[in-house]
Design a protein around this ligand. Structure first.
Ligand code: MCN
Length: 786
């Protein structure tokens, strides 16, 4: 691995190359000055949609009385399931039942006879303005027969628990195994010791600044829907909307304006957008829907929410022999794929950075009377790494050795790559020890280790920790189009969609470098299914590896075509022409050259070059690439923290936080650093304060930012970043993803440090969130036990 500097460095600039340079994000001026247009900013003559939502966590709908609402001035329509049922649309959000163990219906856009979570849409009101719509919602009277609810995934699998679906009597949607049970059993019997932990991975709610929103139009002449919406996956939403509306994909156009954050929950399919589209057709008018903050909290998507039994088999010399994990993960009232994707995204990461010869993982996806659980920054990977990294600390404690030494002993070495883990992950490349050394050096580990565990002069207990992680990044496919106009300017079209990641900057850096054209001449277009090619979307830290590689491959095709035209003009063979910084030169005769822009202008007069367009359409060259990476790129890193815990109050202060991340070649080190900062902040949020809570009847207690404790600037430390660079051999950029690294690393880093600080009390584990109350509880319980 190359080790590169910290925050002061803008990366390794080699010559004039843009890739590797921390240039400012071109989208920021618009975003930071409030000039950006978000979905709700689009003005139109739209009517407004609002939902009547279930007030019970589990129940049967006995009656819906909308008569008062229907008579209110300005109300255009009130709809319930019967109206959807009578229409040509299925009205159900599809779920991938083929990957589940039971037959369950999808999520009806409006509840049929049963509601399975508080906040589930039961009826829809459309009115002239949003205020009338909300008033009318209040006027709709719904009677429920309450049913017993279950909100905890472990309790939901217990005997006698309330059942959500007759077809899944034990509430288990999916029961999957990964790894070799027999080999793991053998490893456990042979090992000197077994360390066990019971872990709760707290339920989180994605809290993007901008709530979800949609503005839907229907053109009766062309029978086509146009839905402007908040989305991380324009083509994904097009497909799912089409399915829900019962039309072909060609009848749906999704346009995604600026998006104010997503963190996963804008990648999923929810009722709001589909209902807006359905109402637009029904009423022959544009219909707008904008979620309130509380609606966003009630409807999800929520995330994490695992109850896990985990064991590590380890020898006295510190060699890890096996890992066994049994986890129950909530999928909420309607498992829409979050559960289905778990064994892959979760179990496959359990080996973290270690050589663990035998691993077995059982994952049960469990229906609960809660909002649907999907993915939130990390999506399965933070849950897995948390298990392994907590176990490594617990094992070090059990053996009485330094947790860093234990980790180092078991790290996969650079020469072992590609490395197949016992849970079927094929790691592409890595240099884990260099990242570990880097973080130890940055935080001054050895000195801190000596002070840990003792109360300092201020009476507070210090703890120091590290956590290592790997992260699968870049799966599936993306399509990237590079189009060069006759004036030499370049447009890049991608099916991903930036919602804060800065693709307009980084894709332009990549393409400008490939073509040797000025960065300002490259425009990047995402977010319109009519304009952009097919795509999968922006989630799973996949855009750079897949979308970036797709546009790079197209740029290379374009360059080949342009070189052909240049060679024609120079009267030589294309093989005798090289391209350097926007000029095509004859090998050995550098004075003979044609610029890229001249080649573009000349393209229309020649018929050479497969991807050239004909005369008159303004396009000189165009290439489209469907790119699927040659296997997953595994990013990694090691984070460290120093914490101080007040034994009297339970207050935790993170005094230092150091992140060393390796995402292979970095397109833009400043953006990478920003992604790490954001992810770490969210990971610290999970570790310290966040947690969605339901009461026993399935009522969400944390339905606003007053009760759902996001991290604040004052509760966050200065995040120090460093990087190592270990390129991935599996894509043309050599990149790995970075968008989720911080949320994966921070929870175990913080919890390990706090547990380390609490070791004088004999405390071996405290579940997240580490609020003052929870920490104090742990201290009191430990003191009572003494
Ligand atoms: N990058 C780079 N070099 C690399 C890897 C990435 O310069 N080796 C740059 C990319 O070009 C891109 C950014 O870093 O500009 C993130 O890239 P990548 O890791 O490929 O992730 P995605 O673009 O696919 O973004 C998804 C990821 C996820 S899954 C969540 S959740 C998340 C995140 O990004 N949500 C975010 N970052 C977010 N940032 C903001 N501001 N808002 C969100 O909602």
């Amino acid at each position: 691995a190359r080790t590169v500097g910290g925050e002061e460095s803008d990366g390794s600039t080699s010559g004039d190359r843009l890739v590797g340079r921390g240039i400012d994000r071109r989208e920021d001026a618009e975003l930071l000055t409030g000039r950006a247009t978000y979905t709700d900013d689009i003005s139109s003559d739209a009517a407004h949609l609002a939902f009547v939502r279930s007030s019970v966590g589990h129940g049967r709908i006995e009656s819906i009385d909308a008569s008062e609402a229907e008579e209110m001035g300005g109300v255009l329509g009130v709809y319930a399931w019967a109206d959807l049922d009578a229409s040509p649309s299925p009205g159900v959000l599809p779920i991938r039942t083929e990957s589940l163990d039971c037959e369950v219906p999808g999520h009806p856009v409006l509840a049929r006879e049963r509601v399975r979570y508080e906040g589930q849409p039961v009826a829809a009101v459309v009115a002239e303005d949003r205020y009338v719509a909300r008033d009318a919602v209040e006027a709709v009277d719904v009677e429920y027969e309450s049913l017993p609810a279950v909100v905890d995934p472990a309790e939901a699998t217990a005997d006698g628990a309330p059942t959500l679906y007759e077809t899944a009597p034990d509430n288990v949607a999916l029961d999957a195994e990964l790894g070799d049970a027999a080999a793991t059993e053998e490893a456990f019997s042979a090992a000197d010791r077994v360390v066990e932990l019971e872990l709760v991975n707290n339920r989180l709610i994605a809290s993007a600044l901008e709530p979800r929103a949609a503005l839907a139009r229907y053109d009766a002449d062309t029978e086509r829907f146009t839905v402007e919406m908040t989305s991380q996956s324009p083509h994904g939403h097009r497909g799912k909307l089409a399915e829900t509306l019962g039309v072909s994909e060609s009848r749906v156009r999704v346009i995604v304006p600026r998006v104010g954050g997503g963190f996963g929950h804008k990648g999923h399919h929810h009722p709001g957008e589909a209902m807006a589209a359905w109402c637009a057709r029904e009423l022959g008018r544009p219909v707008k829907w904008t979620a309130t903050r509380s609606e966003n909290y009630r409807e999800g998507a929520h995330a994490r929410d695992h109850r896990t039994s985990a064991e590590l088999a380890v020898d006295d010399d510190g060699t890890v022999r096996g890992l066994r994990v049994d986890t129950r993960a909530a999928v909420g009232g309607y498992g829409l794929g979050g559960g289905a994707s778990m064994p892959g995204w979760y179990g496959r990461l359990l080996s973290s950075q270690y050589r663990i010869p035998a691993i077995h993982c059982r994952t049960r996806a469990v229906f609960t009377n809660t909002a649907p659980v999907h993915s939130y920054r990390g999506a399965g990977r933070p849950e897995a790494i948390y298990v392994t990294e907590r176990l490594m600390d617990a094992a070090a404690d059990e053996l009485g050795v330094d947790p860093v030494g234990l980790r180092r002993r078991n790290l996969i070495a650079p020469e072992e790559f590609p490395y197949e883990t016992a849970v079927g992950a094929s790691y592409d490349s890595g240099d884990y020890e260099t990242a570990l050394d880097e973080v130890l050096d940055a935080i001054g580990y050895d000195e801190l280790r000596e002070r840990a565990g003792e109360p300092g002069d201020d009476g507070r207990y210090r703890g120091v920790s590290v956590a290592c992680f790997t992260e699968s990044t870049g799966g599936g496919f993306e399509r990237g189009v590079v189009r060069v106009r006759r004036d030499g300017s370049v447009a890049v079209y991608a099916g991903t969609h930036s919602h804060g990641q800065g693709h307009e900057t980084t894709y332009a850096q990549l393409v400008a470098d490939e073509l040797g054209v000025p960065y300002d001449d490259v425009e990047v277009v995402e977010g319109d299914t009519d304009d952009t090619p097919d795509g999968t979307g922006t989630f799973g830290s996949r855009s750079t590896v897949t979308g970036g590689s797709a546009v790079v491959e197209s740029a290379r095709d374009v360059l080949r075509a342009a070189r052909g035209v240049a060679a024609d003009r120079l009267g030589v063979d294309a093989a005798d022409v090289v391209s350097e910084a926007g000029e095509f030169r004859v090998v050995g005769r550098p004075e003979r050259s044609v610029s890229f822009a001249d080649a573009a202008r000349a393209a229309e007069t020649t018929d050479d070059g497969a991807s050239e367009k004909g005369e008159g359409d303004g396009v000189a060259f165009e290439a489209s690439t469907r790119y699927e990476p040659d296997g997953t790129a595994y990013a990694f890193g090691t984070h460290a923290a120093l914490v101080a815990v007040d034994g009297e109050t339970g207050a935790v202060e993170i005094e230092r936080y150091v992140a060393v991340d390796d995402c292979g070649e970095r397109v833009n080190p400043t953006i990478v650093e920003g992604q790490v900062h954001g992810g770490v902040a969210q990971g610290i949020g999970q570790a310290r304060s966040e947690g969605a809570a339901y009461d026993d009847d399935g009522r969400l207690l944390t339905d606003s930012m007053l009760s759902y404790a996001l991290p604040r600037a004052t509760s966050l430390p200065d995040i120090e970043t460093r990087a190592t660079v270990t390129p991935s051999p599996r894509n043309p950029i050599g990149a790995k993803g970075i968008g989720e690294a911080g949320t994966i690393a921070a929870p175990p880093t913080v919890v390990n440090a706090v547990v380390d600080a609490l070791s004088p009390f004999g405390i071996e584990h405290v579940d997240m969130p580490l609020t003052e109350e929870n920490v104090l509880d742990a201290i009191r319980t430990a003191e009572d036990e003494v």
